[in-house]
Ligand binder design. Structure first.
Ligand SMILES: [Zn+2]
Length: 243
């Protein structure tokens, strides 16, 4: 049968049953070296970053008490980069871990989502990681935007799905049955939407490091600025299945 019930698949997905079909799609989108559509797309987004457009994004991070403005600018910039039409509201909220920020989507209100940023993030971590964390959350907005295409669908004609539609559906299923960190820390980090978002964090940090290192060697960025931004070159300590 080539038509599957989305809810049935979602139930199976929730129960952790290895789904041959989902595994097939996963391999097609994320593993096949010639395909890997998700990663190729991310690379294409990040290849658009230039020093010229990066400088105004970094500027407010250098000004005392301008960090909320800095977060806003980073959100707007990454939304533009990833083509996220939905605009979030941003709230500063205390979370348990200094690394933590949250993407909160409000069910039923299309286009409305909240970005909860832990104020401790603003003083405890290097700017490239902070930008990476914001990009991670904005990538969840991107996934949500794609998964909304499946809202209201009760059945899917599998045979007719394109690779991109399969990806949209995988986002929709994962978002419908998200694994929360308090339920299962490992399951949380390795689920599709999180693994992807962590990959975005790592990739954007690597891209910033490359651009700024090159700019520094060409005398376009002063040493003081790199020090003031507390920039690091390296990987996030928390990794999903792509790391
Ligand atoms: Zn996340």
């Amino acid at each position: 049968m080539d038509v599957i019930s989305m809810m049935a698949k979602a139930e199976l997905f929730k129960a952790g049953v290895p789904l041959t079909l989902m595994d097939e799609w996963y391999r097609e989108i994320y593993v096949e070296p010639d395909v890997r559509t998700a990663e190729k797309e991310m690379d294409a987004f990040l290849a658009k970053i230039s020093l010229r457009e990066l400088m105004p994004v970094l500027a407010p991070y250098l000004i005392a008490n301008a960090q909320e403005e800095a977060i806003w600018r980073t959100v707007d910039w990454t939304r533009k980069l990833f083509g996220v039409k939905m605009a979030p509201t941003i709230q500063m909220s205390i979370a348990a871990s200094p690394m933590e920020s949250h993407f909160v989507y409000e069910e039923g209100k299309d286009g409305e989502w909240q970005l909860l940023v832990n104020p401790r993030l603003l003083r405890d971590i290097p700017v490239d990681l902070l930008i990476g964390v914001v990009a991670h959350e904005v990538w969840h907005g991107y996934q949500q935007q794609r998964s909304l295409k499946w809202q209201g669908h009760s059945a899917v004609e599998v045979a007719k799905l394109s690779s991109e539609e399969k990806r949209d559906l995988m986002y929709a299923l994962n978002n419908m049955y998200i694994i929360r960190p308090e339920q299962d820390r490992e399951g949380y980090a390795s689920q599709l939407v999180e693994a992807e978002a962590y990959l975005v964090t790592n990739k954007i940090r690597e891209t910033l490091a490359q651009i700024l290192t090159k700019a520094y060697h060409h005398g376009k960025v002063p040493t003081q600025m790199l020090i003031a931004l507390n920039l690091t070159i390296g990987k996030m300590p928390i990794c999903g299945r792509f790391c």
